[in-house]
Design a protein around this ligand. Structure first.
Ligand SMILES: [Fe+2]
Length: 396
């Protein structure tokens, strides 16, 4: 009797083992990965739109840190080397205008990161070609970047770090305005590279300057190739890093995430940190340590940013007074407006929707702003708040 029971149990165990084995093989087939893929951890530090320049006469009215771009970039470089990631990435508008002297000075700083054993990846941005041809860009940047597979028509290339391939796309083919677009031949090249790396079981991360997921039929922000999203989905791309918008935003569409990195030189001076362990992907941000700047530069930047904030405050105060918010309600309404702007700037507005809409001064704010650009903008954001822009976790 015991022997029969033992045989039945053994047979059951074997069947369960076979079922589990088939399920594992099927799941590998479905995700397109081999058993050895995506096992090497990856740590990347990412930012965008540095707009680096060493022009002494550069104006800091809009971005107070601009005249200190070299000092800020030196601080960033030191911080990146201390973080010791596997790769450092910037998604375009690396210099303010593609001026030769600026590129040479920037590459000189980034070379220190590379010399510390950290590869550097840069995409182009619309401003990188203002004063720089394709040939000059290649001459000045490519010994730093060391592209692997290259597109022939644009400056797009691939770069593999551990088990992750970065598709480093040059989307500034569009010659009019600031929009992004790839020529047909680049889309063909992209498809080939996607297929190759999917077959190799690599984690694929798409990098460009313009956005994949921003809904924008005017072409200011979104890459205009209609079939791009479908192509990336087909080859299992789940993560894109972009820039251009100068504000930190995280978008998602059917399990594809896009992290739009904010401008490094504007407050809160954020760096993104991506960590991948197997299929687990974690992204968070850290602030650039501006206490490392010399006292004069730091004071000038902080004072400039305080003045910018005061100017915004004055603009809103004038609107509220003009729209008839009474003196007994003005302080509370201004306080709410300034909190909204601070959370919006930090990219955490989604965490504060309830607090804003239930605030005692919410109706005063919305009534006063309804006929300005700000009212509909605030309404649309509160109705469909974006994901928190300072952290993200998902399974690749
Ligand atoms: Fe930019």
């Amino acid at each position: 009797m015991n022997r029969i029971k033992h045989e039945i149990l053994r047979s059951l165990r074997e069947r369960v083992f076979v079922v589990l084995k088939i399920a594992a093989i099927l799941s590998l087939g479905l995700c397109g990965c081999t058993e050895s893929s995506q096992e090497e951890p990856l740590k990347a530090v990412i930012t965008s739109d540095l707009h680096f320049t060493i022009q002494p006469e550069i104006n800091g009215d809009i971005v107070p840190a601009m005249p200190y771009a070299r000092e800020m970039t030196e601080v960033m470089s030191a911080q990146v080397m201390e973080m010791n990631p596997d790769v450092f990435i910037m998604t375009g508008d690396n210099t303010n205008s593609g001026r030769r002297e600026d590129i040479i000075a920037l590459v000189d700083i980034l070379q220190k990161i590379k010399n510390a054993g950290i590869p550097v990846i840069l995409t182009t941005g619309n401003h990188d070609k203002d004063q720089c041809t394709k040939e000059e860009y290649e001459e000045l940047y490519f010994s730093l970047l060391e592209p692997e597979e290259r597109d022939t028509e644009t400056l797009s290339y691939s770069k593999t770090i551990n088990d992750t391939v970065f598709l480093v796309m040059d989307d500034s083919f569009c010659t009019e305005g600031t929009g992004g677009q790839f020529p047909a031949s680049t889309m063909t090249w992209l498809k080939e590279v996607l297929k190759e790396h999917k077959d190799l079981g690599h984690r694929i991360i798409f990098l460009s300057h313009h956005s994949v997921l921003t809904e924008d039929n005017r072409g200011y922000y979104q890459i205009q190739n209609q079939d791009l999203y479908k192509l990336l989905k087909k080859y299992g791309v789940k993560l894109c890093f972009t820039g251009h918008q100068h504000a930190q935003v995280i978008l998602h569409k059917q399990k594809m995430y896009e992290i739009i990195s904010g401008m490094t030189l504007t407050s809160p001076h954020r760096l993104g940190i991506l960590e991948c362990h197997g299929r687990e992907v974690v992204y968070h941000t850290e602030l650039l340590d501006i206490t490392r700047l010399d006292a004069q530069a730091r004071t000038a930047i902080e004072e400039g940013e305080r003045q910018r904030s005061e100017e915004m405050r004055d603009i809103f105060l004038q609107i509220l007074v003009r729209e008839g918010v009474g003196s007994e309600r003005i302080d509370g309404t201004m306080n709410l407006v300034m909190r909204y702007l601070a959370w919006q700037g930090e990219g955490v507005i989604g965490d504060h929707v309830q607090e804003i809409t239930q605030d005692a001064y919410y109706q005063d704010m919305m009534t006063a702003l309804k006929d300005t650009n700000y009212g509909p903008w605030i309404s649309s954001i509160l109705n469909a708040p974006p994901l928190p822009a300072d952290h993200l976790e998902f399974t690749y």
